[in-house]
Design a protein around this ligand. Structure first.
Ligand code: FES
Length: 150
């Protein structure tokens, strides 16, 4: 059985920033190509391009809940550009580690944040280096191709 550290357990049992922001400035959804689980992130961005609020909803496992709880905590107060640099590795580090088989769950959080920022950028005509070549729709479709039934 996978062993979770106290920080991960704490965020899983009492997750922060659960829900959906009404009239969000950016909303992104990402489906994991590994497990098929889904993550939605909504963000509020002020006129200085600073993230003032972030919330998540997920059909993901405990590690996905802990990762998004931590990741949303981390991006609140960051500029959009700083949030784009948040890798799943940094989220895992901040959680004090995840079992190897659960690393992909933290990728859900990273990608859903990117896709929420992408939505914000599209709506506001903004361009960010961190979004270059990013296509949220192409990535969401991956998991449909991965399922091979014989
Ligand atoms: Fe799917 Fe963790 S197993 S998000």
């Amino acid at each position: 059985m996978a062993v979770y550290n106290e920080t991960v357990m704490e965020h899983f049992m009492n997750p922060h920033n659960v829900g959906e922001i009404e009239n969000a400035d950016g909303k992104g959804t990402y489906g994991s190509p590994v497990c098929g689980d889904m993550m939605q992130i909504t963000i509020k961005v002020d006129e200085n391009e600073k993230i003032t609020d972030a919330k998540f909803k997920t059909f993901g496992c405990g590690s996905a809940i802990a990762s998004s709880s931590m990741a949303t905590d981390m991006i609140i107060g960051m500029s959009v550009e700083e949030a784009l640099e948040l890798s799943n590795k940094k989220i895992v580090e901040e959680l004090g580690g995840l079992p190897a088989a659960k690393i992909h769950c933290s990728v859900l959080a990273e990608h859903a944040i990117k896709s929420a920022i992408y939505d914000y950028a599209m709506k506001n005509g903004k361009e960010y280096a961190g979004l270059e070549g990013y296509d949220p729709n192409a990535e969401e479709d991956h998991h449909h191709d991965d399922i091979e039934e014989e």
